[in-house]
Ligand binder design. Structure first.
Ligand SMILES: C[S@@+](CC[C@H](N)C(=O)[O-])C[C@H]1O[C@@H](n2cnc3c(N)ncnc32)[C@H](O)[C@@H]1O
Length: 258
């Protein structure tokens, strides 16, 4: 800490509800849906700071939950939230790679983090080994709202490719082919995306405004300007986000991936 205060890290997101384009209102709706099943156990793979998992624990008094994420500071934040919200004794948060997770649960959550299990299809197959029969999977992922042009792709992240996402209808086909049924489907709005993108940058923008003569300001400004340019000229209105409540119907067409 110096006279300028500590410099906010990338990925801090202290003002964000979720590290995904999902509003607090939508998260409440999704949690109410899956909490109605009264799961006894829940696991969140790629849980970030655990907001979805913690809301489930708040809604289902006897439920116990485990969250796993690679990012240690997010896990620290999740643990602090469980203490503040009195669900500490029913939750376990693990800082580490979810790849080797081998437990099961009545409810699995995987929002914006299918990468923990490689790609969407592999993740959906893998969740059959985690979600108990009759359970639920709350699954959220980026989608293409339309196929991006080459110019849009060139303005997105480094090496962005049309293969990085799927159209909503194609994801629903993969969901069906991997033995899941869609119980609910919600697409995030542009407002939720704008709040998400601004939230990703907000801690650092606030620091810049508060410390305009601090060392490192120019570099941070350039980085944030580049992030905003890629969003506004690249994926805004091309990339969407869909969240599904899924129920398993067994290992339909799973042979190839097993
Ligand atoms: C976009 S964030 C979503 C976080 C959270 N689900 C949410 O919506 O707030 C994706 C998260 O997946 C985590 N992640 C990616 N690969 C992982 C892996 N192999 N094991 C555990 N976590 C992983 C990242 O660290 C990151 O926190």
């Amino acid at each position: 800490m110096d006279s300028y205060g500590s410099v906010p890290s990338r990925g801090g997101g202290s003002r964000m509800v979720m590290n995904s384009p999902i509003s607090s209102t939508r998260l409440d709706r999704l949690v109410a849906d899956v909490a109605a099943q009264e799961p006894a156990t829940v696991v969140d793979i790629g849980c970030g700071w655990g907001e979805a998992l913690i809301r489930v624990l708040e809604q289902v008094p006897d439920c116990r939950g485990t969250g796993i994420d690679l990012h240690g500071p997010d896990i620290d934040r999740a643990r602090a939230s469980t203490r503040d919200r009195c669900v500490e004794n029913r939750s376990t948060f693990i800082a580490g790679d979810a790849g080797s997770f081998d437990d099961s649960a009545d409810l699995a959550i995987n929002i914006g983090s299918y990468q923990a299990f490689s790609d969407v299809e592999t993740a959906l197959r893998r969740f059959h080994t985690i979600v108990k029969p009759g359970g639920r999977l709350l699954f959220g992922t980026e989608i293409w709202m339309s196929i991006p042009t080459d110019v849009q792709l060139s303005n997105m992240w480094k090496d962005a490719s049309v293969d990085d996402c799927m159209l909503l209808a194609d994801i629903v086909d993969v969901i069906a082919a991997t033995g899941w049924r869609v119980l609910d489907l919600q697409e995030s709005s542009r407002d939720e995306w704008d709040a998400f993108e601004c939230g990703l940058m907000r801690d650092r923008e606030e620091w810049l405004v508060a410390n305009p003569s601090a060392p490192g300001v120019e570099e941070m400004s350039r980085e944030l300007d580049e992030h905003r340019r890629r969003w506004l000229r690249g994926h805004r209105d091309v990339m969407g986000f869909a969240t599904f409540v899924l129920g398993p119907i067994g290992k339909v067409n799973l042979e190839d991936g097993e």
